[in-house]
Every structure is written in structure tokens, then in C-alpha cells.
Design a protein around this ligand. Structure first.
Ligand code: PMP
Length: 409
């Protein structure tokens, strides 16, 4: 095939490849970034779908406008106001086919081949893939306790990357969250720079410990910041509905790119989702998800403390769906993965979340496993880790950390 040059060097999603292995029901998988289907409001969606078809008839099945279903855009605008006092008029909200499309559109409208994008280290691999397709070069700023390394961020911004892409709440893959001071400082640094902030916030509402913090966008104007959100983790990922909020110039560019991409996000899905939101209590629904994920996270942390060797350090996230582990330097997560598959347990090795080849880390998803499978799967994984570390005994004993100390990023 005479593929375009932009396809060379872009890997297929590693996770989607791993998901093939995990189709086997005997495999306990902590790999996929899947929300728990126990909390998909299937009955409520059935009712909403039926009402939409009865009330709107064929109109619900017609082509529609690119910007998105106005009442849904209004709902999102109102929610920003009610939750954070944040003024984002509906005219600045573009409905996208999942927030993943927001990443694709941003890459298309902002990047020429060779342009630089600043990302967190580790960073969300779906963003790495979307930016790579447009020929991006990457700069990175490390995640540290409290958020991102601000000195590094300031230094990298001096290199004038086009975009700083950040997931400041319960980041995928690390579970890390920026505190309010860090957010304020990031906003200030961006305002002073030539770089646009692309803030991706699909997990922000899934906090089960600590205090909620506003998006970075709350500390700055709309000129230098685009803010993405998604219904995937709070209602249903299969509906494929997200959004990107941006100031007028960027908004119009994004609309043009979206016209070429898919004309508009499914109007039927938008109407059904909006009917669901109008006739159900979203906050009550999110409270149920938060509670369930909090319990699963607590159990996973507890079993990790009991079963993992002390040299393996893991984050203890306050929300979201993931925790992140680091192996002693020199021990590859891919080696652990091969062992784990033999024992029918899966996770995602860290390699695809780095643009520099780092491979001694891994991601565990806790939202999509029952307590029994968490208990069993983490115990199996603990045995694999002990086996692999025993083989690397000399390296493993070089760990400088306190035994059992959490990894704070
Ligand atoms: N951004 C981040 C950080 C994610 O973790 C995900 C989902 N894995 C997405 C964007 C895409 O989500 P969706 O397209 O379902 O809104």
C-alpha cells in the first residue's frame, strides 16, 4: 500500500492490542481503561431513546449541525457555571465524538509536521498517538507530587511548543492530580507564553477522596486555553460524546476540521443523552460511581501493600480509574507482562506512555474489576513481580525508597 508518510512511525494503540489477549474470560485484566458497565444507565437510556424517537420522530434521525445539539451545549455551559462559577458560553462549546476527537481536531488545526507539543511524563497514549499522526515532536515535563514539575514546565515553554497538553485530574495513566496552587501557576505560565493549554478533563468528577479542585481554565481566560470534557466516564463511553470548549478563533477552526472529519457527532446519541440528563439526576449517578470506584481503589491499594514486593511503588490516587506502578530501574514491565499473561492476569506496561523509551512502569485499572477479581488478580501479579525481581536481585536491592512508601506523582 502507498500509505502517507504520516503513518510511518505511528504505532497502533498498544492497549487495543493488549485488549485482544484479554478477551479470554479466564484472564483477569487490569489493562483496559474501561469504566464499570455495572454503572451504565441502560434502562434510563432505553426510556430516553424511546421518548426521543416518539417526540422528535424522523428529526432525531436527520443530519444535524456540526457544533452540536444546542440544548446539550447549554447543559454543559450551565454545569460549568453551577459547579465552578466558570463562564463558558454555549457558543464556545463544540460537541465532539468522544474527547478523543477533540485531540484529533486540535492536532489537525494546530500542528505542522515537526511542530512541538509539550506533554506530561508519563502522558496519555491516545494523545501521543493523535499528535504523532500530525507529525508532532514531543517535549516533556515530569509529573511530581502536587502536579507537574513547574521549573521544567517554565523551561520547556521557553522553547515555544504550540500546545501544552495536560490531564490535571486523576491523569491517565498515573492517577496524578495537580493541586490548586500548581493549577494557578500553570495558568500564569501559559498566559505569559506562546503556547496554548489543551486541558483534558474526563475524570475530574470521579473524586472519591480529598477536595475537588477547579479546572486550570478557571484560573485563566479562554484565549490561551481549550478545555475538553467527556460523558464517557460519567454516563457511557459507547455513546461517544465529549466536547471541547475554546475561544472564538480556535472554535471556528475546530468546527471546520470537524466538518471534514464527520460532519457532526451522532444527533440521535446527543438527543438521547440530553433526554437522559434532563430526566435523571446526574450528580446522584456520579455519586454512585465515585463510591464504587473508591471501594475498588481502596481494595486494590490494600492488596498491593500485602502482595507486591516493597521495591515496587504505586500511586494511591484520590479519584479516576487508574493507579501507576514503578519497578526498580533496569526491570522492564514487559518482562513482568509476559509472566503475568502466563498466569492469566493483564495490565498495561508503561512504555507507550513515554516518548523516551522508559519501560520500568505499568498501569493498573481498578474501575472495571469486581472485588473478587481485584483480590485474585493482584495476588497473581504480586507473585509474578516477586519472581521477576528475584531474577534481577542485584538491581532490585538498589531501590532507594522506604519499603511500602507510596509513589507520589
Ligand atoms: N483523554 C483521556 C485522558 C482519556 O483517558 C480518554 C479515554 N481513555 C480520552 C481522552 C478519550 O475519551 P473519550 O473519547 O471516550 O471521551
Amino acid at each position: 500500500m502507498r500509505f502517507s508518510s504520516r503513518m510511518s512511525g505511528v504505532r497502533r494503540s498498544y492497549i487495543r492490542e493488549i485488549l485482544k489477549v484479554t478477551q479470554n474470560p479466564e484472564v483477569i485484566s487490569f489493562a483496559g481503561g474501561l469504566p464499570s458497565p455495572d454503572h451504565f444507565p441502560a434502562q434510563a437510556f432505553a426510556k430516553a431513546a424511546s421518548e426521543v424517537l416518539t417526540d422528535c420522530g424522523p428529526q432525531a434521525l436527520q443530519y444535524s449541525i456540526t457544533e452540536g445539539h444546542p440544548p446539550l451545549r447549554e447543559f454543559i455551559s450551565r454545569r460549568y457555571k453551577e459547579t465552578w462559577g466558570l463562564d463558558i458560553p454555549m457558543e464556545q462549546i463544540l460537541i465532539t465524538t468522544g474527547s478523543q476527537q477533540g485531540l484529533d481536531l486540535m492536532a489537525k488545526v494546530m500542528l505542522d509536521v515537526g511542530d512541538e507539543v509539550l506533554i506530561e511524563r508519563p502522558g496519555y497514549l491516545g494523545a501521543i498517538q493523535a499528535f504523532s499522526l500530525m507529525g508532532a515532536q514531543f517535549l516533556t515535563a515530569d509529573l511530581v507530587p502536587g502536579g507537574v514539575n513547574l521549573d521544567q514546565l517554565a523551561q520547556r515553554l521557553r522553547e515555544r511548543p504550540k500546545i501544552f497538553y495536560a490531564v490535571p485530574s486523576f491523569q491517565n495513566p498515573s492517577g496524578a492530580t495537580y493541586d490548586a496552587d500548581t493549577r494557578r501557576e500553570v495558568a500564569r505560565l501559559i498566559e505569559e507564553s506562546d503556547t496554548i493549554l489543551l486541558e483534558d478533563n474526563p475524570y475530574g468528577e470521579l473524586r472519591f477522596k480529598g477536595e475537588d479542585v477547579p479546572p486550570i481554565r478557571a484560573f485563566m481566560g479562554s484565549d490561551k486555553a481549550a478545555l475538553m470534557g467527556s460523558f464517557s466516564k460519567i454516563a457511557s463511553p459507547g455513546m461517544r460524546i465529549g466536547w471541547i470548549a475554546a475561544g472564538p478563533d480556535l472554535f471556528h477552526a475546530l468546527v471546520t476540521a470537524k466538518q471534514a472529519s464527520d460532519l457532526h457527532t451522532s444527533i440521535f446519541a446527543q438527543r438521547v443523552l440530553h433526554r437522559f440528563l434532563e430526566t435523571n439526576d446526574l450528580d446522584a449517578h456520579i455519586a454512585v460511581i465515585r463510591k464504587a470506584y473508591g471501594e475498588r481503589r481502596d481494595l486494590m491499594v490494600e492488596v498491593i501493600k500485602r502482595e507486591f514486593p516493597a521495591e515496587v511503588r504505586c500511586t494511591e490516587p484520590e479519584g479516576g480509574m487508574f493507579l501507576w506502578g514503578e519497578l526498580p530501574k533496569g526491570v522492564s514491565a514487559e518482562e513482568v507482562f509476559a509472566k503475568a499473561i502466563e498466569r492469566k492476569v493483564a495490565f498495561v506496561p508503561g512504555l507507550p506512555f513515554y516518548v523516551d523509551g522508559t519501560d520500568n512502569a505499568f498501569r493498573l485499572n481498578f474501575s472495571n474489576s469486581t472485588p473478587e477479581r481485584i483480590e485474585e488478580g493482584i495476588t497473581r501479579l504480586g507473585a509474578c513481580l516477586k519472581e521477576v525481581l528475584a531474577r534481577h536481585a542485584s538491581t532490585a536491592s538498589g531501590c532507594q525508597c522506604d519499603a511500602g512508601a507510596p509513589l507520589e506523582i
